[in-house]
Design a protein around this ligand. Sequence first.
Ligand code: NDP
Length: 338
Amino acid sequence: TALILRTNLNQGVPGPEHFELRQLPRPQIGDGILVQLLVVSADPYMRYRIRSDGDYKANAPMLGLVAGKVLESKVSEWEPGDLFGAELPYIDIQAVPASKLAMFRRLTGLLSEETISRGIGALGMPGSTAYGGLTDILRPKNGEVLWVSGAAGAVGSMVGMIAKHVFGCTVIGSAGGPEKCKLVTERFGFDHCIDYKACQSTRDLIMALGKVAPSGIDMYFENVGGMHFEAAMKCLRPNGRVAVCGVISDYNNPKMSPNKIYISNMIYTSQRIEGFQCFPWLSGERGNFLQDMAKWVDEGKVKVEETVFHGLESFGSAFRALFEGGNTGKVVVRVQAG
Ligand code: NDP
């Protein structure tokens, strides 16, 4: 069974109506391996790719990050039962040619079938994003103050937990609504969380931040954009750093919103704004992501939080949840093999 993108979408919120399931003939193994997907990921970046100028084509299977197990193998490196993470089409059972296997990440030994969803979460792309963005781009020091938006979500929650429980920072989150803010402080252990939905303007957000960080912030981890970015720049201290990871508040609009900031402040205060992508840390080219993160999860410093949807057919609802705040932690779609 394949998950097919029915139509490209340039504006507005994606949902179940943009996807459908299609039955495919059982694949032939050839000289490669036969794999079964156990989980597939719904991620905000996919919103760009389903636009008509994006690289997802209507009437073709969705492509993204998955974790699964080997059913049969004709290659020596992989055995039946091995667990892996990879980027593959969303087809529950598929044959993968040997030439494509270099991109597989071995998860056997690190995860079980029960915990495999971490292969697309804490030990996958969002985990590597939080890890790289915090440890290499922001470079926190003990006692510094970090603000992170999207704090109840996959990347944001892990950024805050690592900053707080590994680096000893004071950590402030922002999230939509009191329930999410409670989760952020009580379960994830942040010092404070701002309910940005209670703020009508950038000024309100600056006031809310000023209350919990009266001397300003040293670091801002950007997941959302818009008024969050402006508020962060207003409260950023000398030698402050901003890691630009994502701007989800803009993803459903074809045009990006402009941001008003006073760049001259950056000269006298030696501040730094840096955008980044997760790949160097996910691939292991930079840092020790898999080992460090697995250890922090084991030690309980990073708590695994997931919102789980069941069946490939639920992908559209899972994807929509990202843009409507319907998730806490990582959005995971469990696949039932059929
Ligand atoms: P999340 O799990 O954080 O889910 C998205 C969350 O964004 C929602 O739950 C919602 O939370 C919030 N949100 C949605 N729309 C808005 C809006 N208009 N204004 C404010 N908040 C909104 O997703 P991820 O952790 O996977 O991704 C977080 C960010 O990181 C995204 O911007 C993504 O594109 C980016 N990213 C970047 C990567 C990179 O390599 N640079 C890699 C991975 C992710 P709430 O209820 O609090 O509003």
